[in-house]
Write a new protein. Structure first.
Length: 125
């Protein structure tokens, strides 16, 4: 299935948006060309997902999970080396799309760390 992904770039205080179609393989949790990140917001918590769009403090993630409770020394460690105890984390099911406002931190996630995030069972009450 083809979906449009918006990439935004700012040059000399002008914002340019390029639209292109890419193949999204959401069933395999792999999306070509998009970075997997952890985004921390001012008041909505922490999310991990594929960075689709960033405009100022507003970020759109796709295939995103809220990181409600995690076992790690810090978000930096979680992004770099992952969690040593996925069974002690609480991450609800992923959402197709989330728009986060007031994002105060975005961390790139390594492939090693992403694997441990993927190992966390879907938390339900």
């Amino acid at each position: 299935m083809n979906n449009e992904i918006e990439i935004e770039i700012e040059i000399d205080d002008e914002i340019y948006v390029k639209k292109s179609s890419i193949n999204l393989q959401t069933s395999h949790r792999s999306i070509d060309g998009l970075d997997y990140v952890i985004a921390r917001t001012y008041s909505a918590g922490v999310f991990a997902g594929y960075l689709k769009l960033k405009t100022g403090k507003e970020v759109t993630l796709i295939n995103a999970r809220r990181l409600w409770k995690f076992y790690s020394a810090s978000l930096s460690q979680l992004a770099q080396s992952g969690t040593p105890k996925p069974e002690e984390c609480k991450f609800p099911e992923e959402v197709d799309n989330v728009i986060l406002t007031e994002v105060i931190e975005i961390l790139s996630v390594t492939e090693e760390a992403k694997k441990t995030i993927d190992q966390v069972e879907i938390w339900k009450v």
